[in-house]
Design a protein around this ligand. Structure first.
Ligand code: ATP
Length: 530
């Protein structure tokens, strides 16, 4: 079963070092996160999978890595200086600030409806460029990677001799001064995008838009997000961005959040290339491009058939790496009952949970929303026992739970059976797993076992594009559980028989079955399986 709450993922990411709050020792920075040792591996694997599918496996794509800082005029003619705004409201009572379209007329902090009228707030960060900080010497941190592609269109065309249709792919950082960053990695101020601008002959854009929709859904499926878990939102005309002819938003069913955008696939007409071109009056643009007196180029394509310079139309599939990371984790997450706990232990946990919930209900110090959230979550867990037992950890990590004294008793009752009868496992696709193989010696103080395990690790790692680790910091059962929790598909154990006949056991994460094979075949075995 996929994750049921965002808290489960937050807690896993924290516990196992996937994600850290930025500059945490100084109190952090809101809406900014760092990728820990496992997070960076998973993130890089997501990005390589995207790059492989969209650049290497197609015959109509080039890659690009444009700079984050760009000439400021880029953002004038793209329309961002004028229109990249969110509606900002202030709460007159508690002085907090909110994005008007996220709060339905009521301050989420104090409940007041005494709010200011919404006013536009531009989300681009500015930074000074050069030693003299005057009014003109600034640049924006790019709020999307797309514009780096558009302004390089002519360069790529001239150096790659591509014919339409073709596309340019790019992965990189983007920055948005979100009014209310929230929901962990979902809405942050610094994030990465994986963007494609696909250039097509005018008139063929609808067909390409549909094809990209299919191609993108196939990629999501390949990284473990079934099609049934994504809703396609055909953005209605009154919600479309000004440059868009039609947009499909791919909405993933996030735990706690529900369906939210993970990728947008927009049909952007000739708006972008047109807006960045000079001599626009000669281009027969269909879009209402921004009049441009500064550009030195005409971003056109010479069509040998019609012998005309035309401005290609654009299809843009744009996905956020962080939102993708969260979706992949949510989908892979599983708290599995390995063996049914005896009924008296389940009863004891149920009693402790009931007592905890009663105590929550009676606690006057908790805000009513905090209380309701705890009770609602707790009741759901109670109704689902014993399968839901591991969710007690998440319940106890929720806001307010630490103020309930008998929370400790509940933890005490639940911890034993959770450790004994359950495992948390990430069913990640092997090509995404932060670690593909973990090698253990059966005993860490046996020289022969340790030496063979270390050698085997090095042999599997050598020349492969995935990560292999050695671990001897616990008993084998515990090591299996730890690797399950971070999604390692294969655990290899070197035991006494290995020293005699050179075979080792390979344990499969999902089935927990073991096979015994020659150590020399492990590399091929784990490589051949994705
Ligand atoms: P939203 O409506 O949720 O603010 P958007 O429509 O502004 O998103 P786009 O401009 O289409 O987003 O950006 C493309 C992708 O970049 C989004 O689908 C999302 O995955 C990602 N993205 C955008 N803003 C953020 C953010 N603040 N934090 C994390 N990812 C983001």
């Amino acid at each position: 079963m996929p994750a049921t709450t965002l808290d489960q993922l937050v807690s896993l990411c924290k516990r196992r070092g996937f994600v850290f709050p930025s500059s945490e020792i100084y109190g952090g920075l809101q809406g900014v996160f760092d990728w820990g040792p496992l997070g960076v591996e998973l993130k890089n694997n997501i990005i390589s999978s995207w790059w492989r599918t969209n650049v290497y496996e197609r015959d109509d794509m080039e890659g690009l890595d444009a700079a984050i800082l760009m000439n400021r005029l880029t953002w004038r003619y793209s329309g961002h200086e004028e229109t990249f705004n969110d509606p900002l409201v202030d709460c007159r009572d508690c002085k907090s600030r909110w994005r008007a379209d996220h709060i339905r007329g009521r301050c989420p902090n104090c409940g007041s409806t005494n709010l200011t009228e919404p006013r536009p707030f531009n989300m681009m960060f500015k930074t000074a460029v050069g030693p003299v900080a005057d009014a003109d010497s600034f640049a924006y941190l790019r709020p999307e990677t797309a514009q780096g592609i558009f302004v390089n269109f002519g360069n790529v065309l001239a150096t790659s001799s591509r014919k339409l249709p073709f596309g340019i792919a790019q992965v990189g950082k983007a920055f948005r001064n979100e009014i209310n960053p929230r929901n962990f990695l979902f809405r942050v101020r610094e994030f990465e995008q994986m963007e494609i601008e696909y250039f097509v002959m005018p008139g063929t854009e609808d067909e390409w838009h549909q094809r990209w929709l299919e191609d993108r859904l196939a990629w999501w499926e390949s990284i473990g997000i079934p099609r049934a878990r994504i809703k396609i939102y055909d953005v209605p005309p009154d919600e479309l961005a000004h440059y868009s002819k039609r947009t499909f938003d791919l909405m993933y069913d996030y735990p706690t959040l529900g369906y939210e955008e993970v990728e947008g696939i927009a049909s952007r007409t000739d708006y972008d290339l047109g807006s960045h071109s000079r001599d626009q009056e000669t281009l027969n643009l269909t879009a209402r491009a921004n009049p441009n007196r500064d550009s030195t180029a005409r971003l056109t394509y010479y069509d040998p058939e019609s012998r005309r310079h035309i401005v290609p139309f654009v299809i843009e599939p744009s996905a956020g790496v962080g939102r993708c990371f969260l979706a992949v984790l949510a989908e892979a997450y599983d708290e599995q009952m390995v063996k049914a706990p005896p009924s008296e232990r389940v009863r004891a946990v149920a009693d402790a949970l009931e007592a905890f919930l009663k105590s929550v209900g009676r606690n006057e110090k908790l805000a009513s929303e905090t209380r309701d959230a705890l009770v609602e979550r707790g009741q759901a867990i109670l109704a689902g026992l014993p399968e839901t037992m591991p969710q007690i950890e998440t319940l106890l990590a929720m806001p307010g739970a630490d103020q309930i004294d008998i929370g400790k008793k509940l933890r005490g009752q639940a911890q034993g059976p959770i450790d004994e009868y359950f495992r948390t496992v990430l069913h990640l696709k092997p090509h995404l797993a932060p670690i593909r193989v973990a090698v253990f010696p059966l005993k860490r103080n046996h020289e022969g076992l340790v030496a063979m395990a270390r050698e085997l690790r090095a042999a599997i790692q050598s020349g492969s594009s995935f990560r292999t680790v050695y671990d001897d910091t616990g008993a084998i059962g515990k090591l299996y559980r730890r690797q399950d929790e971070i999604g390692t598909p294969y655990c290899v154990t070197v035991d006494f028989q290995s020293l005699e006949d050179g075979t080792v056991t390979v344990r499969d994460r999902d089935t927990m079955q073991q096979v015994r094979i020659p150590a020399s075949e492990v590399r091929a075995y784990v490589t051949g399986r994705g």
